[in-house]
Design a protein. Structure first.
Ligand SMILES: [Zn+2]
Ligand SMILES: [Zn+2]
Length: 257
């Protein structure tokens, strides 16, 4: 399993970090986790084959996590030659279908009828979907918004957890137990911590309780400046921590426990 961080940023536009988007590749699955502002152009600039995406899974309905989804649907029809014919599966929290239907009123019918087969699947916290033989996606509720979820992706060799946006949560840590890589949001420094986002210390603590083999931080607000959140997180995690940048790539596989 391979993970590419396309966007390691937030709702705050900066030159070096676009809004959240992450590509997970395993088998025939090309899964995009979140699709915030700047995703498509950053993917293009990184040489990522965005037109080959097979699934998009959204963690919640904050704009920085799904605002560029309509642009992706549109680009797959009118931004590539020949236009896409392969199916695309959209996955998201309960209420996704109603929100996409509402978008057709503003943008037109192509949102749900883009000219290639489009499936919309709402995933309830605690449930699991098969993406292909041997590849599953599961969701866990997170303390962030009414709808927000974290996702896990498993294949026969790897167990990845993406927290989406979340506050500290023992339930989430238990659900993520034993993951090979935890991609955790890290919105704010420790001295600016709030209940609905993680800090370097609370992200490190979450990954430590989960027993994650590796911790990668993402989703940094500009308030971090030049400070290194990885140093603080490593103290709570108990091991070295990676700080993602746009274009960061990670190989995910089970290591001997
Ligand atoms: Zn966010
Ligand atoms: Zn959010």
């Amino acid at each position: 399993m391979e993970l590419v961080v396309i966007g390691s940023g937030t709702a705050a536009p900066t030159a070096d970090r676009t809004a959240p988007a992450h590509l997970v590749t395993t088998g025939n699955t090309r899964l995009l986790l979140d699709c915030g502002a700047g995703t498509l152009h950053r993917a293009a600039s990184l040489g990522i084959p965005w037109s080959e995406i097979t699934h998009v899974a959204l963690t919640h309905f904050h704009m920085d996590h799904w605002g560029e989804l309509p642009a992706l649907l549109f680009a797959l029809r009118w931004g590539i030659e020949p236009a896409r014919s392969e199916p695309l599966e959209l996955i998201g929290p309960v209420d996704l279908k109603a929100r996409l239907t509402a978008l057709t009123g503003a943008l037109s019918d192509w949102v749900l009828e883009p000219g290639y087969p489009l499936t919309v699947t709402e995933i309830a916290p605690g449930s699991t979907l098969d993406l292909e033989d041997g590849v599953t996606l599961a969701a866990c509720k997170t303390p962030h918004t009414e709808h927000s979820v974290a996702y896990s992706v498993r294949d026969n060799n790897a167990f990845l957890v993406y927290t989406g946006d979340t506050g500290p949560s023992t339930e989430l840590a238990e659900w993520a137990r034993g993951c090979d890589l935890m991609l955790a949001e890290c919105s704010l420094p420790d001295d600016r911590g709030i209940d609905v986002h993680l800090t370097p210390s609370s992200a490190g603590e979450l990954a430590r309780i989960a027993g994650a083999q590796k911790l990668v931080l993402t989703h940094f607000y500009p308030v971090f400046g030049d400070s290194d959140p990885g140093v603080v997180a490593a103290r709570a995690f108990g091991a070295a921590v990676e700080v993602a940048h746009d274009g960061a790539r990670f190989h995910v596989e089970s290591s001997p426990k």
